[in-house]
Write a protein that binds this ligand. Structure first.
Ligand code: UD1
Length: 363
């Protein structure tokens, strides 16, 4: 059996790892072991995602918790190294662009264990984003790079990554979305919130560049407050954001702050919303797959296919650009289409790529 360590550490990792672990567990040639770094640790940010996504209990939880980038990354590395030495995996699988991704890829690579990167090749070309550094470094030391959208192929080619290491598999996050959508739509979150039958928008914000600087945050909130006069907004706030909002004692009549939601409740609210405003990466993809208009509250995106083919619009972060984009989106809603290989079968293609990687027959 080929032992694989599958790393999940922060909220957006869980929906990518779940379908992949499920596919690998169905194959007797593989033994996938889930490693939780504990980068996210609250029940709201981590625990309940395991139940909802059907993830197995982690074989190990490194319980690293929060810290500065250096401290968190170093702590993950320190705690992950002995696990790799004990478990002797044939590969370490990492997903996305969070600190856990980079830290575990570095450890594996230095121990000469192959690194498989899920969601490889995405680039915002903005090195001010910690995630961009994590993506670049992880891709540079990965042995198998599994790509979610076609721009990833071009980016890796431009960086000189040999073609034979790269495989276009599609989007694992969309596997989870399609797998759980029907169940999510049955949830009673709308009636619990008392918004059944009402038009609403869904808002999320958590990027340090957007929320850590009060002046920037207030500028964005000013625009969002204006929008909420036309479309009431539901705002499940990340703990980082909630702390900043509390410090500013901010509130607006049209914006309803909520605790972070579980996967199914969030999916339910998203799928029934009139529009989504967000600075998240994954939500840009999910709204494109669902055909829901999305305004991305950032200056750039590493997921340009959601703009070229999907329902996403880059709204920037100034009051003026957000309001202009909002007006344009209201006047001319984008319909968009679902990008290639965002079909709910990415995990099967990842699985096949792994079988080829180990020279196993593929069906
Ligand atoms: C991380 C990822 C980001 C991803 C986001 C999703 C990196 C560099 N960033 O950012 O790419 O989009 O996760 O949420 O890895 N906190 C809690 N409970 C938790 C986790 C965090 O209260 O379970 C609070 C802590 O105060 C912590 C802060 O949130 O200091 C930030 O957490 P951290 O893991 O450093 O990064 P995120 O902002 O969540």
């Amino acid at each position: 059996m080929i032992r694989l360590l599958c790393v999940a550490g922060a909220r957006p990792n869980f929906m990518k790892m779940a379908p992949l672990v499920r596919a690998l567990r169905s194959d007797p040639d593989f033994l996938p072991l889930l490693i939780h770094t504990g980068q996210h640790y609250d029940e709201q940010m981590s625990g309940r995602f395991f139940d909802e996504l059907g993830l197995p209990a982690p074989a190990r939880n490194l319980a690293v918790g929060s810290g500065s980038h250096a401290r968190q990354t170093a702590e993950i590395m320190t705690r992950f190294e002995p696990v790799v030495l004990e478990e002797k995996p044939r590969a370490v699988l990492v997903a996305g662009d969070v600190n856990s991704t980079l830290a575990c890829a570095l450890v594996a690579s230095k121990l000469q264990v192959p690194v498989v990167h899920v969601e490889a090749g995405l680039r915002s070309f903005d090195r001010g984003m910690p995630e961009e550094i994590n993506r670049i470094v992880t891709d540079a030391i990965s042995d198998l790079l599994l790509v979610s959208e076609e721009t990833g192929l071009a980016n890796l080619r431009n960086e000189g990554v040999p073609e034979e290491r790269v495989c276009f598999v599609g989007n694992l996050m969309i596997d989870s979305l399609f797998f759980h959508l029907e169940r999510a739509r049955q949830r009673d979150i709308l009636s619990r919130l008392g918004v059944e039958g009402e038009r609403y928008g869904l808002l999320t914000l958590h990027r340090p560049a957007n929320v850590d600087e009060p002046a920037r945050l207030m500028e964005m909130l000013g625009a969002l407050e204006m929008i909420s006069r036309e479309l009431p907004l539901l705002f499940p706030a990340h703990p980082r954001t909630r702390a900043r909002l509390d410090a500013l004692a901010w509130s607006a009549p049209g914006v309803r702050l909520l605790e972070p939601l579980g996967y199914l409740d969030f999916l339910c609210l998203m799928s029934r919303s009139a529009a989504v405003l967000t600075d998240s990466g994954g939500i840009q993809e999910e709204t494109t797959a669902l055909g829901i208009p999305c305004l991305t509250l950032r200056e750039n995106t590493e997921r340009p296919i959601t703009i070229d083919q999907g329902t996403n619009r880059l709204a920037g972060t100034s009051r003026q650009s957000i309001l202009e984009t909002w007006r344009e989106a209201s006047a001319r809603p984008k319909t968009g289409r679902v990008p290639p290989l965002w079909d709910g079968h990415a995990a099967e293609r990842c699985h096949a790529a792994l079988r080829r990687f180990y020279d196993l027959e593929t069906g």
